[in-house]
Design a protein around this ligand. Structure first.
Ligand code: CP3
Length: 322
């Protein structure tokens, strides 16, 4: 989950000096510095690369920006077969060399005291941004495409799937020790549509990566995935990240014995008292039971969260004995 972000004063200070998100996330020195900010203060077990799921888009011939107060903006949203035709296969070493360099430096800096984590966007979630033109409420444009011209959308999803498989391999080769796939908007689909427009492409990515990197742990996160839980292990990922709207014990049962779980403390809990935070952590760990569990929040840390409460989360977490 997002570790940097606007709740840290040190990150806000960098944003003042470098107001462009693209610059902060595409300059090796800044990427390394920002990625290490939470590590230096909280010493988590995982250090996540500072980047965005949209970062590969410019290398795929899809110009974008992330605008303060507005979020992601795609300058020329895709809608036709000709638009999809123009999308280039992603070649990470040519388009995002700064990501590889930053991961390699992070591995050295972290010195095996924590795992360095990479991430990518899932095909459906990336497609929803490039078709909608940015964040969306009703996802009308991508649904119009899915339900009236599905072939066009499938062609786009296929390009994202092969490109993201390549990107995961690249991140692993440069130093990432686990990679999380964010399918943030897959849950906007009904299960039958998830089976057509998201699941096959997630499986394609996982199958392809496992052929060359069988040991690389792959984590899948989809926010609001309660209605899809039984289907998520079909992707073949090793870990499923749950948000807080699912009871951890029930989630574990519904996912079955073959996957590890991650999560799922409500990020809003970090606005509570220290005692409240401690209780929720203990509750989550107890409910996750004896199987493999990565203790985490159920989504990114919210802007305005007191840093001392984040520190408390880590203190409690590190004191736990599994
Ligand atoms: O800890 C980290 O720093 C990890 C880096 C990270 C970012 N985005 C940096 C970022 C990660 C893992 C992401 C993933 C991401 N980006 C997702 C998947 C996770 C999720 O939330 O479901 C999605 C959907 C995006 C797309 C995106 N990027 C949105 C919707 C926004 C706007 C959010 C906002 O509140 O404005 C971004 C911008 C963004 N990416 C920020 C950060 C720290 C905040 C803007 C900023 O710092 O300037």
């Amino acid at each position: 989950m997002r570790q940097a972000g606007r709740y840290m004063k040190s990150y806000q200070a960098i944003c003042e000096k470098y107001p462009s998100f693209r610059e902060r996330s595409e300059n090796v020195d800044l990427v390394v510095e920002i990625s290490l900010q939470p590590w230096q203060v909280f010493r988590p077990d995982g250090v996540i690369l500072f980047s965005d799921i949209l970062t590969p888009l410019s290398g795929m011939n899809i110009p974008f920006d992330i605008v303060k107060g507005k979020g992601p903006v795609i300058f020329d949203p895709l809608s036709t077969a000709a638009d999809v035709e123009k999308v280039r296969e992603f070649i990470p070493e040519e388009s995002v060399p700064y990501v590889g360099e930053a991961l390699t430096i992070l591995r050295k800096e972290v010195n095996n005291e924590a795992a360095v984590l990479g991430f990518v966007g899932a095909p459906f979630t990336l497609a929803s941004y490039v078709v909608e033109g940015g964040s969306s409420k009703h996802f009308t444009k991508i649904k119009r495409l899915a339900f009236s011209q599905p072939k066009i959308l499938h062609a786009l999803l296929q390009k994202f799937a092969t490109s993201m498989a390549k990107y995961i391999r690249y991140q692993a080769d440069k130093g990432a020790q686990a990679v999380q796939i964010f399918d943030s908007w897959a849950t906007e689909l009904s299960p039958v549509d998830f089976e057509e427009f998201s699941l096959p492409y997630l499986r394609l990515i996982v199958d392809s990566v496992k052929q060359t990197h069988p040991e690389l742990p792959l984590i899948l996160y989809a926010s609001g995935s309660g209605g899809l839980l039984e289907r998520l292990p079909l992707t073949g990922v090793d870990v499923i990240s749950l948000d807080w709207t699912v009871d951890m014990a029930e989630g574990r049962r519904r996912l079955g014995p073959d996957v590890a779980v991650q999560g799922n403390v409500d990020p809003g809990v970090l606005f509570g008292s220290k005692e409240f935070i401690t209780n929720r952590i203990n509750d989550t760990v107890r409910k996750a039971g004896k199987g493999k569990h990565i203790l985490n929040l159920g989504h990114g840390i919210i802007v305005g969260t007191p840093e001392e409460n984040v520190a408390h989360f880590f203190e409690v977490a590190k004191g736990l004995r599994y």
